[in-house]
Ligand binder design. Structure first.
Ligand SMILES: [Zn+2]
Length: 413
């Protein structure tokens, strides 16, 4: 059995090959049909080739049917090295990307990846190519030992992450790919110093609130009902009242409280001297997972009724987005501690478990009752023009993955 240091230098030895592999992969577009793309099929073919090169013989496909793409398939796959135990350590990454947006704004063309000053530019370089390639090569050095692991070692490489995961992670969860006591890592979220391990999310609730009053001349407001006045009152009341009613502060989150913010607002009347009959405002709620978001929504409806009774307005509430968060992943598990100590070993960084405002694809696992940890080292340039990944981040994170797999699958300390 090689030592941990030998594993890490083996990963380092693959630095150039990792850059080549990521470059090749990013040349192949993998954009979902909602954004006018043909999906991930071609890219998946390349990943399968790469998987073989990285020593995975057991590749299983979980293609999801999708009539919207020419080949009608959204490819997902598992690459597995069976261990003595069925319990499996997963690293999950996604192939798909968002569309490039305004091509003229890219000074480094999105589909012609290139390294400049240690940064590999290209659409999907950071999100999620860096971790896909990094985890593949981490597994490669372990595969090359030719030893049967204790726990099974596996990568899940999926489609459709950017548009909701129905044809990706959610599909695979339904297929029963992941089991209750498996270890699940989703390197699709992180910070520039690699100090954040995401373990929980707030519920997200976006509301559109429409207030109908009665129009009149602004010089005689008593003849109408000023919808904007009531709308203002209601937005402020809601914001204050919700903060009071759902006041818990959880230091694992930043900010630690639930937030209830009035945001977008539609135009009312086009002139100054008319009392508006209608006012529409939006609120963005981020609710700590301890609260029941359905109950929060019921509170908003009650407040609306109170305003209707008090002011004679009619209030309509539409839900623009409602994403419930699953149970926070355990912060005392072997899974979390192993990741934290791998990060410490390789990077010298003390990583801490945190909750975020939402949302990562780790949440789909949590909603299914599975603990999942999101971690990677990124400059957070996903979805922006001139997206890049730092080659050093890819290689160093790959060493963290190799260490983690070494710990959990092979007992290499
Ligand atoms: Zn991503």
């Amino acid at each position: 059995m090689p030592s941990l240091d030998e594993l890490l230098s083996a990963v380092e030895g693959y630095r150039n090959e990792m850059v080549e592999a990521l470059t090749e992969m990013l040349r192949i577009p993998a954009i979902g049909p909602e954004s006018g793309g043909e999906g991930e099929f071609e890219r998946a073919r390349y990943v399968r080739e790469l998987a073989e090169k990285c020593g995975f013989e057991d590749v299983e496909n979980f293609d999801a049917l999708d009539e919207r793409v020419r080949l009608r398939s959204r490819p997902n796959m598992t690459l597995k090295r069976k261990g003595n135990s069925e319990q499996t350590v997963w690293i999950v990454s996604h192939m798909d990307t968002v569309p490039p947006g305004d091509l003229d704004a890219w000074t480094h063309p999105p589909f012609s990846p290139k390294v400049v000053d240690g940064k590999l530019y290209g659409l999907g370089a950071e999100d999620n190519g860096q971790s896909l390639i990094g985890s593949l090569f981490a597994a490669r050095v372990l595969n090359e030992m030719g030893i049967t692991p204790e726990r099974s070692m596996a990568l899940a490489i999926v489609s459709d992450e950017e548009m909701g995961s129905d044809k990706g992670i959610k599909f695979m969860i339904k297929e029963g790919v992941f089991r209750q006591n498996d270890f699940i890592y989703v390197p699709d979220f992180g910070e520039a110093d690699g100090s954040l391990i995401e373990v929980a999310e707030k519920h997200i609730l976006w509301l559109k609130i429409n207030v109908k009053g009665k129009q009149t001349h602004a010089s005689t407001p008593e003849k109408g009902i000023n919808a904007t006045r009531i709308g203002n009152e209601m937005a402020n009341f809601l914001s204050d009242y919700m903060h009071e009613k759902y006041a818990a502060n959880d230091p694992m989150f930043s900010p630690g409280i639930s937030t209830f913010e009035p945001t977008k607002r539609l135009q009312t009347v086009g002139n100054v001297n008319t009392i508006p009959a209608e006012d529409t405002f939006y609120m963005d709620f981020r609710i700590l997972p301890r609260y029941d978001p359905d109950e929060v929504l019921e509170t908003v409806r009650n407040v609306a009724r109170m305003f209707e009774d008090r002011s004679g307005v009619k209030v309509t509430i539409d839900i623009e987005q409602f994403t419930k968060s699953g149970k926070p992943s355990s912060t005392e598990s072997i899974g979390l501690m192993s990741l934290a100590s791998a990060i410490k070993k390789v990077k010298g960084v003390d990583a801490t478990p945190k909750g975020v405002g939402g949302g990562t694809c780790a949440n789909y696992f949590r909603l299914a009752g599975l603990d999942a940890y999101a971690w990677e080292t990124v400059d957070e340039c996903a979805h922006s023009v001139n997206e890049y990944c730092k080659v050093d981040n890819m290689v160093t994170d790959s060493k963290v993955f190799a260490t983690l797999l070494g710990y959990l699958c092979y007992n290499i300390q």
